[in-house]
Design a protein around this ligand. Structure first.
Ligand SMILES: Nc1nc2c(ncn2[C@@H]2O[C@H](COP(=O)(O)OP(=O)(O)O)[C@@H](O)[C@H]2O)c(=O)[nH]1
Ligand SMILES: [Mg+2]
Length: 272
């Protein structure tokens, strides 16, 4: 799922340089997406990193990639100047956005997408604008740690429920084969718990749902892999900037680069 030893000492490159220039596989990938040859649909709960990933895949070098979290209210299509976009980000289906959610499901079952990325972040879902004490899970007297425990637990359940929802159209998809990646983002926040995180996704309810898709579609028509990285290294903060969990002390930028490169390599392979 991830690299936890690195030979790379330091690349001396900024993340933008890495993303935009240094990896041939990413260049090829961006080109294919721009040319409309490859189409990728990105699912995932709000605040897991979908838009950030989309920007990186679109080869955007804009530092606003690090900007504060803004909830994406509509489906995002990355428009590469004039050219057709190959990356479509589907906002989670809730209330007013249900129409788009259903439209996306229809497109998936119609086989419009061969490549599906589901973004999860071990429950560290960023939240909008508000302080953690305004969250409905907060109860008076809770410590930050207690809140984060309850909040992330609830979000992990949300990730599983959402996977179950998207598994329905994926099971029906006419795209042969359908290639699915689960991207576990935000390594910088959960790195010290990486054994637990690995188990949580690869040996539990999450993976059972993946296995159900696999047994419905068959190995010739569906394949799934796990990848993981930090898209940015920032720790976990509330919508008003309160620190909720700091960057893992054993995480580092070389680790991020090594893992990010693996993620791009895998997506590029899927686009072949
Ligand atoms: N610490 C950390 N923050 C991240 C990571 N990836 C994304 N974020 C932040 O999480 C927030 C939500 O990301 P966004 O891409 O908007 O999520 P979306 O709602 O799924 O589109 C933003 O503030 C990002 O900067 C990561 O790997 N680590
Ligand atoms: Mg978004």
């Amino acid at each position: 799922m991830f690299k936890d030893t690195i030979e790379v000492v330091s690349t001396g490159l900024s993340i933008y340089e890495l993303v935009n220039k240094s990896r041939p596989s990413l260049q090829r990938l961006v080109k294919r997406l721009r040319g409309g040859e490859a189409k990728i649909v990105v699912f995932g709960a709000g605040g897991t990193g979908k838009t950030t990933l989309g920007k990186m895949l679109a080869g955007e070098s804009d530092p606003s990639i690090l900007a504060d979290y803004e909830e994406s209210r509509t489906t995002e299509k990355f428009n590469f100047k004039r050219e057709q976009s190959g990356i479509i980000i589907i906002p989670p289906g809730q209330g007013r956005r249900d129409d788009e959610w259903l439209a996306a499901f229809r497109q998936v079952s119609d086989g419009k997408f061969r490549i599906i990325i589901n973004v999860v972040s071990y429950g560290y879902h960023s939240f909008r604008e508000i302080s953690y004490v305004s969250d409905k899970l907060y109860q008076q007297g809770m410590t930050v740690e207690e809140f984060v425990e309850i909040y992330t637990e609830k979000c992990r359940q949300k990730e599983i429920n959402q996977l179950k929802e998207i598994s329905t159209p994926i099971k029906m998809s006419k795209a042969v084969p359908t290639l699915m990646l689960t991207l576990v983002s935000k390594q910088d926040i959960w790195w010290q718990d990486r054994d637990v995180v690995t188990k949580h996704y690869s040996d539990s309810e999450y993976n059972n749902t993946i296995q159900e898709i696999l047994s419905t579609r068959g190995t010739a028509n569906f394949s799934h892999e796990y990848v993981s990285t930090s898209l940015i290294i920032n720790g976990f903060t509330s919508g008003t900037g309160e620190p909720l969990k700091s960057i893992a002390s054993d995480y580092s930028q070389p680790l991020q680069f090594a893992n990010l490169a693996e993620v791009f390599k895998k997506i590029d392979e899927f686009c072949q």
